[in-house]
Ligand binder design. Sequence first.
Ligand SMILES: Cc1cc2nc3c(=O)[nH]c(=O)nc-3n(C[C@H](O)[C@H](O)[C@H](O)COP(=O)(O)OP(=O)(O)OC[C@H]3O[C@@H](n4cnc5c(N)ncnc54)[C@H](O)[C@@H]3O)c2cc1C
Ligand SMILES: O=C([O-])CC(=O)C(=O)O
Length: 322
Amino acid sequence: LCITETCPSCSVTVLSDQFSPNTTSDVAAGILIPHTYPDTPIHVQKQWFKETFSHLFAISNSAEASEAGIHLVSGWQIFKNTPKEQLPFWSDVVLGFRPMSQAELQKFPQHRFGQAFTTLKCDCPPYMLWLEKRLKASGVQIYPRKVADLWELHREYNIVVNCAGIGAHQLVGDKKLFPVRGQVLKVQAPWVKNFIREGDGSTYIYPGIDSVTLGGTREKDNWSLSPDPDTTQDIFDRCCSLEPSLRGAQVVKVKVGLRPSRQCIRMQREVLSRGGVKLPVVHNYGHGSGGFSVHRGTAKDAAHLVGECIAALQGSSSRAKL
Ligand SMILES: Cc1cc2nc3c(=O)[nH]c(=O)nc-3n(C[C@H](O)[C@H](O)[C@H](O)COP(=O)(O)OP(=O)(O)OC[C@H]3O[C@@H](n4cnc5c(N)ncnc54)[C@H](O)[C@@H]3O)c2cc1C
Ligand SMILES: O=C([O-])CC(=O)C(=O)O
């Protein structure tokens, strides 16, 4: 979508092995709370988050909000011990960030410190469908296709944008990319209105439009997409210890996804070349645990790189004509 906005004269095609509801993005809890990428400068991560927050805030404040699955949610991030960093880099992007009062902390007797704020939450499957609808309305072609090698696209397309998520491990053989398996539960608990997140991200409760998401797990290098019943029970028990009213909630779904993790997102131009033929590629993958939180900001940067590829192609074709 960002490419259609920044390069309106481009003809854009989406090729994907899987579509909603069978992507990692459909599993995401969909909360806008950034995760840090160790090898990316903080000001870049902050800009990605800011872009994404303000874009989704505008959607949440429009008539599209319910179809797009985007809404504001207030709640608490809580810590058993006071963390070193009490003001995360994103604290002035979310709304009304402040330390929790002692009275609020009484809700969490095992926790000593907390942060209260309002952020955005997305119900990811409806959001994915809403994005797909907007792509089609912009004239974008969408085809199911598993790409074995980016080079196979060189005859059909001038520029390739690689957004394959964990699929990039095989597609481009990126050994720096690894899965971090995550399991979440969807429960019926319409009385839960506030989010609760353990500061280290181990346990969370995120109320959405039709259900509440309970999580989570982080298992590095585990490629299994099968839900594990013991993990389901463990997640449920951990969430009940933070929000005892969940004991009465019914589990309606269990989902598993593989976070496409890396020390930094691969946001990069590359030119593939064989026998004098060139294929410009823009990589945009490796969003790890926080891809939803930065998706619009990173998409804008990737679209900018596509603009650079177009300028380079135009430069080389005018030189060729000379
Ligand atoms: C349990 C869990 C909870 C999460 N919660 C949050 C959260 O609350 N907030 C947040 O910010 N982030 C969250 N995330 C992280 C977020 O889900 C990811 O960062 C994000 O979804 C990655 O998006 P992506 O588009 O790169 O990958 P994907 O959604 O996996 O999309 C990649 C697409 O590429 C296609 N593809 C791959 N290989 C090929 C190929 N060879 N040929 C053709 N197509 C291919 C796939 O079929 C797929 O459609 C969570 C993740 C998990 C697992
Ligand atoms: O950490 C969170 O709050 C949710 C999330 O992004 C994940 O599970 O990857």
